[in-house]
Write a protein that binds this ligand. Sequence first.
Ligand code: ADE
Length: 428
Amino acid sequence: MTPSETATMSPVGHVRDPKLAEQGVNRIEWAEREMPVLRQIRARFERERPLQGKRIAACLHVTTETANLMLTLKAGGAGIALCASNPLSTQDEVASALVHRYGIATFAIKGEDSETYYNHIGAVIDWKPEFTMDDGADLVTVLHTKRVDQIGSVIGGTEETTTGIIRLRSMAREGALRYPILAVNDAKTKHLFDNRYGTGQSTIDGILRATNRLLAGSTFVVLGYGWCGRGVASRARGMGAHVLVTEVDPLPALEAVMDGFQVMPAPEAVRLGDVFVTVTGNIHVLGLDHFRAMKDGAIVANSGHFNVELDLDSLKKEAKAVRTVRPFVEEFTLRNEKRIFVLGEGRLINLAAAEGHPAAVMDMSFANQALGIEYLLTRARELKPNVYPIPVALDQEIARLKLEALGVHIDTLTPEQSAYLASWQQGT
Ligand code: ADE
């Protein structure tokens, strides 16, 4: 039976099992403890109800942290429909709690097939949203291709990921984008923490939960040295691995060298690595020639948004045998007798085999989402269809609130220092 056949269909959502709701509530409350900034925003939203009567369609990973964002938007008065932004990332207890305890229309089942995944996106579009909240731009893409009929009611949206922003900028360049989008990903309080420390920790967590392998002494290859790659490389080094980095851009490559990593082209790295993680946002970063050249027993995972970074179709064609050896671990035996272990079907390993980024970083990412929607409420109608940064003042306010919640105090400039920074005549 497919996951969709075992699930409960109801007018307010489509989730695996209502009996999981109690467990979901406990987990959502556990995450909430680590989300002080979002809690403060929720308290203000409850008082002020800035989103009263607004309809939001969200396509995000359905996790405990996302549940807290949904509860914040609901506290602000919004009506919400939520679907998954990846077929493997849903936490079924959370989806169930959202529907059956919190009354939030949620369409998400871990392991849903591609048809169900897109039906769920369709279901949140049927909600006739005024705002979209996306993670990877699948919702925006479906709205702009298969559901253009619904696009007229949308006045603005937000996007969570680097991958989504790249897609949306390309839509804007071609004049295809029909409404303004705030690039939540580009806020400093998002990518400097979520992409780096969140992806860093949760990717290692996913690999370890799937394999229980010792990283100390292993050769760990990170393909891509963006913010996510930096996080993964630094955490792998912290676990005692010898870390190799591959890059196509000379600037991050140079940075990786100065950060103390060995940088080399992928065809060289594949001969040396024990564990591989792609975090590039690009397609077929590891292809058949790479797989053939790997050591017997190499472990391969992806932590980029889409499952396109590994050329799994070619790997499947080349394999003499394929079997699942542990949950989230598939063994491919190649014609050259080497065995390659692919984790989590090449989908983002931190959400497929673990629980995604910890709540303490999602606190800031989702504070940007909540305040971003509030900002769009008053500004979206003046903005032309394009991709816009989160206002610096919001970013700074989120950093200030986070520091306050952590009990960290910082200095302020003296009047003399402010005057010095503002002047150009004063020298030595
Ligand atoms: N993306 C990465 N980790 C996540 C999480 N815990 N919740 C929602 N989206 C995520």
